[in-house]
Design a protein around this ligand. Structure first.
Ligand code: NAD
Length: 307
């Protein structure tokens, strides 16, 4: 009987674990769980006889894959897969999948929630402003970007999007203005929200030139990855533009410097919490378990990311 192991240094909610377990047992597979481990050695031991692994932000590198002698599939319950060494997996014929879209509403609501918090003067009691009628630029029109557009339009924001891999028709049929370049987004929108992946091409791609071109008041929202922003450029922007505000779910390396020099100009969640809702937890966990069951039973590789 194939064994499906759930490995989560930061565990799923108990309800989500129960749902995952049910999907696995109902399909006739064995369920195993490793939570809150502090030593990689525990992961290496647990994976030794597993056919499949479900992870969250846990690191799966070549060493883990070599320890998993029977390992056929790793599923990241979530969108980003930068914690899995995809090349190492491909070299070992291990399928890696993510569970796209399952946490997109949670992240989109957080991005929008931070925008409201900021325009209402961080709920300080001071007079604020409104999002209605303001221009929002969305970089990356995937699951989260698209959901954010939908919510923001509901508030009456004017929504613009740039995504080099999504067609103009797809964007415009949602009532969102398509932009040909990211430069146009920054030049047009005083609020810009990042929803594209971190990779060799995108790391540091939010440059000083782009930030400096933003109309006032310039607000950047980052629920994606901290590496997307050139932090030196951001510090320069803070120093030069008193209107600049940075709201983030992925706190920057230079957080202490921002906090000490630019109070009132930033908000960082205390830890990455975009996908931390009961619904997203449940959805992503169940999707991961269902995808593994389907793969083990039928070979379905629809959500494979290391092709
Ligand atoms: P997705 O894959 O559905 O969408 C990403 C989109 O970015 C794709 O449409 C892709 O074409 C586009 N893209 C790629 N390169 C681009 C570029 N240079 N400029 C603009 N667009 C580009 O992923 P998603 O589910 O929407 O998630 C987006 C990102 O959000 C993830 O990569 C992840 O880093 C982050 N995320 C964060 C949390 C959190 O807890 N804060 C949770 C989930 C995802």
């Amino acid at each position: 009987m194939a064994k499906i192991l759930v490995v989560t240094e930061k565990p799923f909610a108990a309800d989500a674990v129960a749902s995952i377990k049910k999907v696995i047992l109902d399909a006739g597979f064995e369920f195993a769980l490793l939570e809150k481990y502090t030593d990689k050695g525990d992961f290496l031991k647990a994976v030794a006889d597993a056919d499949a692994v479900i992870i969250r932000s846990d690191i799966v590198d070549g060493e883990v894959m070599d320890a998993g002698k029977k390992l056929k599939i790793v599923v990241r319950a979530g969108a980003g897969v930068d914690n899995v060494d995809l090349g190492a997996a491909t070299a070992r014929n291990i399928v890696v999948m993510n569970t796209p879209g399952q946490n997109s509403n949670a992240v989109a609501e957080l991005a929008l929630g931070m925008m409201i918090y900021q325009v209402r003067a961080f709920f300080s009691g001071k007079s604020g402003s409104e999002l209605k009628g303001k221009k929002l630029g969305i970089l990356g029109y995937g699951y989260i970007g698209k959901r954010l557009a939908e919510i923001a339009k509901g508030l009456g924001m004017l929504v613009y999007a740039y995504d080099p891999f999504v067609s103009k028709e797809t964007v415009e049929k949602d009532g969102v203005t398509y932009m040909e370049t990211q430069q146009e987004i920054y030049r047009t929108c005083s609020t810009v929200s990042l929803h594209f992946p971190s990779n060799d091409k995108t790391k540091g791609s939010v440059t000083y030139e782009l930030l400096a071109s933003m109309p006032k008041p310039a607000v950047v929202v980052n629920t994606a990855r901290k590496e997307l922003i050139d932090e030196a450029a951001m510090l320069k922007m803070f120093a030069e533009r008193s209107d600049f505000v940075y709201l983030s779910d992925v706190e920057p390396g230079c957080k202490e410097e921002i906090a000490s020099k630019f109070p009132g100009k930033y908000f960082f969640t205390p830890k990455k919490m975009g996908a931390q809702t009961a619904e997203a937890n449940n959805n992503a966990g169940i999707a991961a378990a269902s995808q593994i069951v389907d793969f083990l039973k039928t070979g379905n590789k629809t959500y494979q990311v290391n092709k």
